[in-house]
Write a protein that binds this ligand. Structure first.
Ligand code: NAD
Length: 248
């Protein structure tokens, strides 16, 4: 059946696959025929994603991406890839006067250093086929909009887009396309992970979204699928907003 977004015969790595956008991305990629390698830290939750994947040829690997040694071990264990959804991340909301160096380091290690080191090892160990596609999950936060107490998280996400553009140029001759998705608020575990936001505050904030709601994990997963697929064969260096129009 004709489908330009098919991922049949592609092997795709998804990080942060134990929940939210990463879990949904793995599910959608499997539905479109891909063989998945899924990774996250929590075995039970990763297994729950694994059990939801259509098809037989999938693998799961436990890794904490805030440790470079675990990133290198993960990459060494991988088969050759046609796609990589670089999605693992953590949130942080802290006013500037409360910043702690260790917290900044923790957020940057997980959100930013890990995507650079994953890319480095994938290239150095020749794990990416020609052609292949990398999709980094950034954010609208501080890339297209700014918010109080979003400095650490937002800066870690701006750095993703900055790196993505260089990677797109540097890796083009190897046939590796590099793009990012920039979601607005999507209902997942990461939203209000410290329980500070009330339902009324969420409802009020949602009114700012022209399309009338926050995102669902599949809203972002479908965009990642597009960028991983051959339908995006001429797309590299793009930061794709998926935000219900909120940044308009
Ligand atoms: P989530 O909390 O459901 O998923 C985050 C995933 O990253 C989890 O699987 C978690 O285990 C994994 N992870 C975190 N730290 C890790 C580490 N050290 N090593 C390995 N895995 C680790 O939240 P989500 O919303 O699905 O987030 C996915 C991505 O989307 C993140 O990068 C996040 O910053 C980004 N994002 C989310 C939103 C939103 O509103 N939900 C908006 C913009 C961007």
């Amino acid at each position: 059946m004709y489908n330009p977004y098919s991922l049949k015969n592609k092997t795709i790595l998804v990080t942060g696959a134990s929940s939210g956008i990463g879990r949904q991305t793995a599910i959608e990629c499997a539905k479109l025929g891909a063989n998945l390698v899924i990774t996250a830290r929590n075995e039970e939750r990763l297994q729950a994603t694994f059990d939801l994947l259509e098809g037989e040829e999938h693998q799961m690997v436990i890794a904490d991406l805030s440790h470079t040694s675990q990133i290198e071990a993960l990459v060494s264990a991988l088969p050759k890839l046609d796609g990589f959804s670089c999605n693992a991340g953590i949130a942080n909301t802290e006013p500037i006067s409360f910043y702690k160096e260790e917290e900044i380091e923790n957020v940057f290690k997980t959100n930013t250093f890990s995507m650079m080191m994953l890319t480095k090892f994938l290239v150095k160990k020749k794990k990416l086929n020609k052609p292949s596609s990398i999709v980094y999950t950034a954010s609208i936060g501080n890339v297209y909009s700014a918010g109080v107490a979003n400095g650490i998280y937002g800066a870690s996400k701006c750095a993703i887009d900055g790196f993505m553009r260089t990677a797109a140029i540097e890796l083009a001759s190897k046939g590796i396309r590099c793009n990012s998705v920039n979601p607005g608020m999507v209902f997942t575990n990461i939203v209000d992970s410290n329980g500070r936001i009330t339902k009324e505050q969420f409802d009020e904030d949602m009114k700012k979204y022209p399309l009338g709601r926050y995102g669902k994990p599949e809203d972002v997963a479908y965009a990642i699928v597009y960028l991983l697929s051959d339908a995006a064969a001429w797309v590299t260096g793009t930061a794709l907003k998926i935000d219900g129009g909120v940044t308009l």
